[in-house]
Design a protein around this ligand. Structure first.
Ligand code: DGY
Length: 323
């Protein structure tokens, strides 16, 4: 690798990752951690050989088609790459990679966390204690809903969906249903999960529904008013995938009207904006996109992104190429 390629990391990364980037590349770090605006991203596309973007950077056709663009690879720090216009990247000969596998367990753990939090009303309980409003134990205080032994419906049965199924089956003796047109039956049978031919069948039969599909034009507002209406009034929705898989306005109406019992959300349609109407509701748990947020996983994601860059600049094939 000579001369050293110039790499721009758009956000602050864990220390160990930044150190390794420095050791391999002429790297421009973002120690202030302020998201790059369109102008700064355009400058990076012109000045660098590679970018390490994140979910907060929108790399669109304009940036990819920029006259004088020097960037040849986008090594996305994240498994989801809906922040990048992949068709435009392909058309302009820019390689795109992501960071699968390393965040599967932590994201599945967070889906289960949200499921438990919303079912057992832990957000409400914590607010009660923190506001000093708790007056002591009562037999009827904050009664939640049982998780163990109930039916979990998974929309999407890829790596993270399967890891959630494993936790639900082994940890909570849940019956697991799923719908995923792209997964083979053998994967499901090994985990004791039951395939349903349609998403609608999963929604009707489940006590808990957890979303594990990527954000694509096909999955935009997949959970719309009509599909939310198929869920049981006693059922809960969990979303750790991408915000725009759910029609947030329709979800807010369903939660307000009580046509579903509650929701646990880690992702939102217009992050970091969270609608006031959702914040005002007690039957929803809201987290700030924490799915992969452990020290271990964020370092592993960084290393995977660096491995992809190193392979590319050494003339090899990056392991996690998606375009
Ligand atoms: C992912 O890896 O997709 C996380 O949501 C962060 O982007």
């Amino acid at each position: 690798m000579s001369p050293r390629p110039t790499v721009v990391a758009t956000r602050r990364l864990p220390d160990a990752v930044e150190e390794r980037l420095r050791s391999l590349f002429d790297v421009r770090l973002n120690s202030a951690d302020v998201p790059l605006d369109a102008l700064a991203l355009a400058a990076a596309m012109r000045d660098a050989d590679a970018l390490v973007p994140t979910v907060t950077d929108r790399i669109d056709g304009l940036l990819l088609g920029l006259p004088g663009r020097r960037v040849r690879i986008l090594s996305n720090f994240g498994v989801g790459f809906n922040n990048i216009d992949v068709a435009a990247a392909k058309a302009n000969g820019v390689i795109v990679t992501n960071t699968p596998d390393v965040l599967t367990d932590d994201t599945a753990d967070l889906a289960i966390t949200l499921l438990l939090m919303v079912a057992r009303r832990t957000g409400e309980g914590e607010r009660l204690v923190r506001t000093g409003a708790w007056t002591g134990w009562r037999p009827t205080q904050l009664l939640g809903t049982r998780v163990t032994g109930k039916t979990l419906g998974l929309i999407g049965f890829g790596r993270i969906g399967r890891a959630v199924a494993e936790r639900a089956r082994n940890g909570f003796r849940m019956r697991v249903l799923f719908h995923d047109p792209y997964t083979a039956d053998a994967d499901a049978m090994a985990l004791g999960a039951e395939r349903r031919a349609s998403m609608e069948d999963v929604l009707c039969e489940s006590d808990y529904v957890s979303l594990h599909c990527p954000a694509t034009p096909e999955t935009h507002h997949l959970m719309n008013a009509a599909r939310l209406a198929l869920m049981r009034p006693s059922a809960f929705l969990v979303n750790t995938s991408r915000g725009d898989v759910v029609d947030e306005a329709a979800l807010t109406s369903a939660l307000r009207a009580g046509t579903i019992a509650g929701a646990g959300l880690d992702v939102f349609e217009r992050e970091p904006a969270v609608p006031r109407e959702l914040i005002a509701l007690d039957n929803v748990v809201l987290l700030p996109h924490l799915g992969s947020a452990t020290e271990e996983t964020r370092v592993a994601m960084g290393n995977r992104a660096i491995d992809n860059l190193a392979a590319f600049f050494n003339g090899g094939a990056p392991r996690d190429r998606v375009a």
